[in-house]
Design a binder for this molecule. Sequence first.
Ligand SMILES: [Zn+2]
Length: 117
Amino acid sequence: MENSQNLSDPLILTVMLVCVAVIVGLTIAFRINKDVQFKKRLLVMSYAFAAVALLILLALFRVQTTVIAIIIPATVLVFFLQFKMTKFCEKCGRTVIQRTPFDRFEHCPKCGTKYGE
Ligand SMILES: [Zn+2]
């Protein structure tokens, strides 16, 4: 089926399918739900899931320790920046992700509510 020996491993395939299913589920939950507190908890849970999934995949692919020593701090940094750059509108529940750390969203692009009010 797959050319790569790693991808034909049923365990790796299962982990990847579970990851895809969870990502699709989280994406739908973020789109449908308007509860800001729930979305904030969901965001933290999705980062925790991504961290665990990454560690499992690194272990399954038998990635070298030196590579892991680079990947883990980089991932923590990306998660931290993503977390800082993701906002939820208190009024309409819209998820807003800043594309760069220098963009500053003052108002919700959907309903126009000022953040922090
Ligand atoms: Zn809004």
